[in-house]
Design a protein around this ligand. Sequence first.
Ligand code: SF4
Length: 426
Amino acid sequence: MTLIEEARNGRVSPEIEAVARHEGIEPASLARLVATGRAVLPRNIRREGRNTATGIGEMLSTKVNVNVGTSQNLNSPDDEVEKALAAVAAGADAVMDLSTGGDLDCMRRKILEAVRVPVGSVPIYNAAVRKELTSQGLFNALEKHAKDGVDFVTVHVGVNKNTLERLGNDPRIMGVVSRGGSLTMKYISETGEDNPYYSEYDYLLEIAKEHDLTLSLGDGLRPGCIEDASDRAKYMEFIMLGELVKRARAAGVQAMVEGPGHVPANEIKTSVKAMKYLTDGAPLYLLGPLVTDIAPGYDHITAAMGGVIAGMAGADFLCATTPSEHLDLPTKEDVIEGTYVTRIAAHAADLTRPGVSDRARSWDLKMARARADLDWEGQFQAAINPARAKQIRHRRGVETDTCTMCSELCAIRLAKEAMEKGVCKK
Ligand code: SF4
């Protein structure tokens, strides 16, 4: 039985027990969420003992994924493993291998060996790089990834003749910016056939079920610029993904749904609510959303802004964006920066998230108390990145009990002293 089937039969598996303990919720409640598909625990049975269970979905803290992987220009597997390890050290909850350069099978296996968090991948890249962009090639790639132990795969099932017709009726500035989405379009345009992952979805579900592989139904039609956000093709894809989530659940396969992209701040809430509604509350995995197009070099920040709004509206899983987005393959430093900034967005959303906010707020409270006491060690301990906080505090070598911002005019100290003298008493 798959995890979702076990949960439906009322069994609280060790993974559910472990995640529930970590999240501070009742295991039986988590089992119910898994049973209904409102939470997923990506774990391939072939990776047993090598994957620390992580829960994504309702009543669970917002999780962060970090992408790594070679490109055709920059192909250093060791660098990508180092980035994956750095991301996990910085607090990433999952890692996706998006390699498209060199020996993809070797790269994927290295990542699977290196980290203990759930690992995701995109099988269509394998088929494309091996020049096997055929129905057989796509399913061979999927099966290979599943057999290697990948915990979740992105499959761009929403890119099909139906959604592409909507795209044709409502043209965009940027067209399709998803790599998997564009490869699927290439397949459809060259063969005249529909997307095999869509037309043979039952077969895809069989493979996923055999390995208890979680599906991440990709948003191949995600908007690549603010002007293209929330158009007909995008909403048609949401509708299709909702139907496919239902079929995955019925087949005993865990499924989450991916979302856009570039979305103006005032449209994010509607977009998230629509996705949640149309997919019957499936865990929502967001790429960004980036709230503006004009900030290359700062897109980890534009994505974090969107991530907070999306998280407040119900998004469950944020994909880290790095300062290199739209410009270059991220360096290790970019990956670390992107991981922390995305974790900050996830935590900011968690401060308002049902079932999670109390625990999230207790972290902020720790920092507030340390700040009120000018307790620098306490502040470092409560910081999301203690090393960075410490480095900035000590970088000029000026040691004071306040900080060099206001020095002797430290508001916290002056107010505290005044209050101790009774300024607030009648
Ligand atoms: S010196 Fe100013 S910035 Fe620094 S801790 Fe005191 S009030 Fe805050």
